[in-house]
Design a protein around this ligand. Structure first.
Ligand code: GCV
Length: 610
């Protein structure tokens, strides 16, 4: 038996893997429910499908009514609530947005860009290679939290992934069929230069032959996979080809593709992660966080209906602490997708504990109403037996589904639900686990990026401290620390990044006295003697946070040790906690030493700085 089959996931309330028989979400719902009722003979539940309800559902004590996909979402929710003996949600349940996507950065050679849970679940050796039972289990994991689209290949589309919409299209179609019973549709990341790969001498979006190429391509692709969700495109970013190569702009490029896929109901997810990655570090005028807004805001209103601009949550790149991207305030006439990263590229590689839902609560508080039409998350899944490397990283996937469905979700309640579904702990131990999850982001932030000072990481792999790592690099990610102070001045006196925000944010960020402390060094360049709100100097605060963050990481590991988790989860979690403690100490000592050497100011408490 494959080891993954015996691993705990939040699907523990079901007693077996779904069979191959189910062809539709309704059949899957019936199969899952029958299985559940066998082990819960005291319960009864009938399913009623109402096609007009689509993804919506209504639950009662003895029944689920829902649309063609809603019936499945409703069945999973009903079973979870009954298994946990918690009240059913009342009234009609509807998702906040229609596209709730997972973006895999899987390469066809089996590696995963920024993957920390093993190799790809579906690619190996340049082709599809998977265990169908495991893909069904993946489908039910996604459906159980309402995720309805999976983009299965890396946005950096490299050979032979271009073949997915060409010579290996039939294999893509077979893979799509495996997920269909779980109401999960596929999406493909495509290469803007695909026409050149297939013999044309240009990929210029205004060329009629290029337009014809994509129209014919879309026809073939949707003939093979009629419910394909669409194409995801990374263009003119980090050396990928795009419309700029041909002197065209991004509305030209995205709209050309949008027209090709429109007849089939397809969408174009066009990523807004575009900036100059060949910046001269001596250049203090160019400020990377300004790049996306500067490029896209003037195009607001020019994109076709079926284009969705996919915007990372912050203006940089999934850092521990960033303000909300200003594009969410400035694109009233463009549909936007919010992109977050479950893969812990900058947040501890699924070694350090980092539960993300508190961050999504913060995003919600800043997000203007109605600005998000879709959500996407870079997945944290891989072929590891436990799916996510750190067994608790599964909580991020679970919580993402919950927040995608209902952005008003409560991070702590979701953590509690995940913990209760995943582990049979007594209440006090469960609460310990919940508190570990809930404090994890703040702890990680404290030892790695306090006060909004991101990017002090090892270049390339992005784990562990290196304050000089990106300082003289072309990536536009500088801390500009010297003997006088630290940070980039992004106020109107500096790069005027704050100018991209409307009131009240602009005024808030402009003034160091009003700027949220967590973002202070994101927006301001300050001297080491700057007095913080609590009377401590900036330098003392930097020291204190690094000492405190490392201490709390140790405490976290000790508390984790008290949990009666099943094996091998306990062993895996403890091994990772030990590595986290080591990592946190390294951050403490490297950053404190770095700042001490510049400032010459000793720690007020006489602790060891090297
Ligand atoms: C897929 C960051 C990552 C890259 C990633 C890129 C993106 O820069 O380090 O690995 O590429 O974001 O989101 O496109």
């Amino acid at each position: 038996m494959d080891a993954w089959k015996t691993r705990k996931t939040w699907l523990n309330m079901f007693s077996r893997l779904p069979g191959e028989a189910a062809r539709t979400p309704e059949e899957t719902a019936r199969a899952e429910l029958n299985c559940f009722l066998e082990s819960h003979p005291e319960e009864s539940c009938t399913l009623s499908v109402r096609e007009d309800m689509g993804e919506d559902y209504i639950l009662t004590d003895t029944g689920v009514t829902g649309g063609s996909a809603g019936i499945l979402y409703g069945a999973y929710r009903w079973m979870a609530c009954r298994a946990l003996r918690v009240p059913l949600p009342s009234g009609k349940q509807s998702p906040a947005c229609a596209l709730r996507m997972l973006n895999a950065w899987d390469n066809m050679d089996g590696t995963i860009e920024r993957g920390y849970a093993g190799r790809s679940l579906w690619f190996e050796g340049g082709r599809f290679s998977y265990d169908p039972a495991r893909i069904r289990q993946l489908g039910r994991m996604l459906a159980s939290v309402g995720i309805n689209v999976l983009c299965l290949n890396n946005v950096n589309v490299r050979e032979p992934a271009q073949g997915l919409i060409s010579e290996t299209l039939d294999e893509l179609a077979s893979f799509a069929a495996l997920l269909r019973p779980f109401a999960v549709r596929l999406m493909v990341a495509v290469d803007f230069a695909q026409p050149v790969r297939e013999g044309l001498d240009t990929a210029d979006p205004l060329s009629p032959e290029v337009q014809r190429f994509w129209a014919e391509k879309a026809k073939k692709v949707w003939e093979a996979i009629p419910d394909l969700a669409g194409f995801l495109v990374k263009a003119d970013s980090e050396h990928r080809p795009g419309p700029h190569t041909y002197g065209r702009d991004h509305a030209d490029g995205a709209n050309m593709l949008a027209r090709a896929v429109a007849p089939y109901g397809g969408v174009i997810l066009w990523r807004a992660f575009v900036y100059n990655c060949l910046q001269d570090w001596r250049d203090q005028k160019t400020d990377r966080p300004k790049a996306a807004y500067a490029l896209y805001q003037p195009m607001d209103g020019r994109f076709c209906e079926n284009v969705i601009l996919q915007v990372k949550n912050g203006p940089y790149d999934f850092q521990v602490r960033e303000p909300l991207s200003p594009l969410f305030y400035g694109m009233e006439h463009t549909r936007l997708a919010l992109e977050v990263q479950l893969a812990q590229e900058y947040t501890g590689h699924q070694i350090d504990l980092y539960y993300m839902a508190p961050m999504w609560e913060e995003l919600r508080a800043e997000m203007p109403a109605g600005s998000v039409a879709a959500v996407a998350a870079v997945t944290n899944l891989g072929r590891d037996d436990n799916w996510t490397g750190h067994p608790f990283a599964a909580a991020n996937l679970f919580a993402y589904g919950r927040f995608a469905w209902d952005p008003a979700s409560d991070a702590e309640a979701v953590a509690r639900e995940w913990a209760a579904l995943s582990y049979a702990l007594d209440e006090s131990q469960r609460e310990t686990l919940v508190s570990l999850l809930m404090s994890s982001r703040a702890i990680y932030e404290q030892y790695t990026a306090n006060l909004g000072l991101d990017w002090m990481i090892e270049p390339g792999h992005h784990y562990g401290p290196n304050p000089y790592g990106y300082e003289f690099s072309p990536w536009g990610t500088y801390n500009r620390a010297d003997r006088f102070g630290v940070g980039v001045d992004r106020t109107s006196r500096g790069t005027d990044y704050v100018g991209q925000y409307p009131a009240p944010w602009r005024e808030l960020y402009e003034d160091p006295e009003k700027c949220p402390e967590k973002l202070l060094l994101f927006f301001h360049r300050l001297s080491y003697g700057h007095l913080m709100a609590d009377g401590r100097t900036l330098i003392q605060r930097l020291y204190d946070d690094h000492f405190e963050g490392a201490r709390r990481a140790e405490e976290l590991s000790q508390k984790l040790n008290t949990l009666d988790l099943p094996e091998p989860d306990r062993k895996e979690a403890l091994e990772r906690a030990a590595l986290q403690v080591k990592n946190a100490r390294e951050w403490r000592d490297v950053l404190n030493t770095f700042f001490f050497r510049f400032s010459g100011v000793p720690d007020a408490h006489g602790r060891t700085i090297y």
